[in-house]
Design a protein around this ligand. Structure first.
Ligand SMILES: N[C@@H](CCC(=O)N[C@@H](CS)C(=O)NCC(=O)O)C(=O)O
Length: 120
């Protein structure tokens, strides 16, 4: 059996939340490693796990995928979630739409303050 995807993010909703929703919609169980301290984040950055030194990062199928939209696209393609007709495709469209909203408003939790607005 394939390993469960491992999600790396802060202990908050932010940019990881639509990814969690999409995995749940696909019926995929996943695990999470929360970044709780600056040292946790530094370790991820320093070991080369983050292509752009940012999270979300998802370990899946031997990859360390970053950029939340790319992660959504991969999960949707892998689990056939783009939809077989226009109505189903409209449902998938909700996920990147939510993500765009989060990105536009630059909403992301940070260490020690899940309500902080930050990121880029
Ligand atoms: N375009 C990226 C933005 C990622 C992003 O800004 N992540 C924030 C957390 S929500 C981050 O890692 N901030 C730390 C930093 O930029 O140093 C994506 O969609 O994944």
């Amino acid at each position: 059996m394939a390993a469960k995807p491992m999600l790396h993010y802060f202990n908050g909703r932010g940019r990881m939340e639509p990814i969690r929703w999409l995995l749940a919609a696909a019926g995929v169980e996943f695990e999470e490693t929360f970044i709780d301290t600056p040292e946790d984040f530094e370790k991820l950055k320093n070991d080369g796990s983050l292509m752009f030194q940012q999270v979300p990062m998802v370990e899946i199928d031997g990859m360390k995928l970053v950029q939340s939209r790319a992660i959504l696209n991969y999960i949707a393609a892998k689990h056939n979630l783009y939809g077989k007709d226009t109505k189903e495709r409209a449902l998938y469209g909700i996920f990147p739409a939510v993500l765009s909203r989060i990105n536009r408003n630059n909403l992301g939790p940070s260490l020690g303050d899940p309500d902080r607005v930050g990121g880029s």
